[in-house]
Design a protein around this ligand. Structure first.
Ligand code: IMP
Ligand code: MG
Length: 447
């Protein structure tokens, strides 16, 4: 089980993250559990994320904002491990404020951005698309939000943080900023010459940049920029933090299905750095998975359903369409070796299974083994390219959400029991299930 709290009245951090390829329903789960915490904090990723929340029958899709934003009492922190697009963040804040019935400037009391958090420049988005174009058939199928180039510039030591904009007088004329724009513009010209990449927006860069500058100025009014130890100080005061992951374990830059991954680390070990919080505050890790699997973007995923009819049924019933890009999500069976890999790399304590209300199928299958070098293995291999075949079997189970029949009195209990048996020797049990899109469609379960 989890560690105990550090001594005294200090608070703790619990991590909630996705165990598959993203879109496990993390946003909704975080929105549900946020009531038990003082702060919800994002530690990685950027507007590539798309977290769908329902509030008073209205849908809210979050990209940069943490999923605690709909709770009056909860503070939301965007940590140094994130990359933020000021233009999209501003639009998100305005939409959320409208939904909540407050003025945008009042959001400064709920949204806190670290000085250390990095910025996605509009040119990063163009570069993302240019690089994808240069890769042709081997493209990653990124969200096109500039994530890769933004993280690359951090490592290259030419990126900008919110603190730079706030603290450097006349930042947009500073030599560092001017050099950055020149260098990325040259890079874009290279992709245009070599690969025929062109977007109409390039010709209108001044307009794009103006919007960018205005967004940063506006953000200074409707968020609060905070220093490195803001979150640590809150923990020392006894406040508790929910650290919210994005993207999912199999998209982790090191431990996912490289190279078809995102450009940040998504696993639990990222959280201390991505928040700037020492490890002693961390208490437990909660992993979230759908009862089936989905993926958007290019690249294989082992348990993908080959039967087109079943693929279409699940895709439609689960409304599996990307919240950020509108692309169809490909569906697959629940994959035991993959989930065990994710549980192990994250050190998960509790497992939450989502979307159990969605099951249009007469029989469900589950993947339990891969064939690698002609042999059956039950672990996730170094590279998914090593997988020659996947073994799945039918469980002869079906269930649906019907009035008057408690879900857990259907075959669903057997299905979850099967999964629970497959993960319990990792010290993990299924703690909750989510059975609908609304905040309170969550129940605690016991196996
Ligand atoms: P990027 O993060 O935009 O660079 O995209 C890299 C890969 O991660 C692509 O396959 C995307 O579809 C995928 N991806 C990025 N963010 C998400 C997400 O929030 N949910 C699901 N897939 C994502
Ligand atoms: Mg999503």
């Amino acid at each position: 089980m989890a560690n105990t709290k550090p001594s005294g009245q200090t608070g703790y951090v619990d991590i909630y993250l996705g165990l598959q390829w993203g879109d496990e329903g993390k946003g909704k789960i975080v929105d549900y559990f946020a009531k038990d915490y003082d702060i919800v904090a994002r530690f990685q990723g950027g507007p590539n994320a798309g977290h769908t929340l329902w509030y008073k029958q209205q849908k809210l899709i979050l990209h940069n904002l943490p999923s605690g934003i709909l709770h009056d009492r909860v503070k939301n922190f965007i940590g140094p491990g994130c990359v933020v697009n000021p233009v999209t963040l501003l639009a998100e804040i305005r939409t959320a404020a409208e939904l909540l019935g407050v003025f945008a400037y009042e959001m400064q009391f709920r949204i806190f951005i670290s000085h250390n958090t990095f910025i996605i420049h509009p040119l990063h988005q163009f570069l993302d698309k240019a690089i994808e174009c240069s890769k042709g058939n081997n493209s990653v199928g990124t969200t096109g939000k500039g994530i890769g180039p933004a993280y690359a510039d951090i490592k290259d030591r030419i990126a900008f943080r919110f603190g730079d904009f706030e603290l450097t007088k006349d930042f947009f004329s500073s030599p560092a900023y001017v050099a950055f724009v020149e260098s990325v513009t040259k890079e874009l010209e290279f992709y245009a010459d070599e690969y025929g990449y062109s977007v109409p927006e390039i010709t209108n860069i001044n307009q794009v940049e103006l919007e960018f500058k205005n967004a940063i100025r506006e953000l200074l009014k409707c968020t609060t920029f905070v220093d490195t130890f803001w979150l640590e100080a809150k923990l020392r005061d006894g406040q508790n933090v929910l650290a919210e992951g994005a993207q999912g374990t199999m998209l982790d830059n090191n431990f996912g299905c490289y190279p078809m991954v995102t450009s940040s680390n998504t696993v639990a070990g990222t959280a201390p750095v991505g928040l700037g919080v020492p490890m002693k505050y961390f208490r437990k890790t909660v992993g979230i998975a759908k009862w089936y699997t989905t993926k958007v973007g290019s690249g294989e995923f082992p348990s993908e359903i080959k039967d087109e009819e079943i693929q279409a049924l699940l895709q439609e019933a689960g409304q599996e369409v990307g919240a950020t890009t509108g692309r169809k999500r490909r569906c697959g069976w629940f994959d035991i070796p993959q989930i065990r890999y994710a549980l192990q790399i994250n050190g998960v304590d509790e497992l939450i299974i989502t979307k159990v209300d969605i099951n249009p199928l007469q029989e469900v299958e589950i993947v339990n083994m891969y064939k690698v070098n002609g042999e059956g293995i039950k672990t996730f291999p170094f590279s998914i390219d090593q997988i020659e075949a996947v073994s799945s079997f039918g469980l002869n189970m079906k269930w649906s959400l019907e009035e008057g029949v408690p879900l857990l009195e259907t075959d669903l209990r057997l299905y979850l029991g099967y999964i629970n048996d497959q993960v319990k020797n990792l010290g993990v049990t299924i703690s909750h299930i989510s059975y609908g899109p609304n905040r309170d469609d969550v129940i605690e379960v016991n196996f």
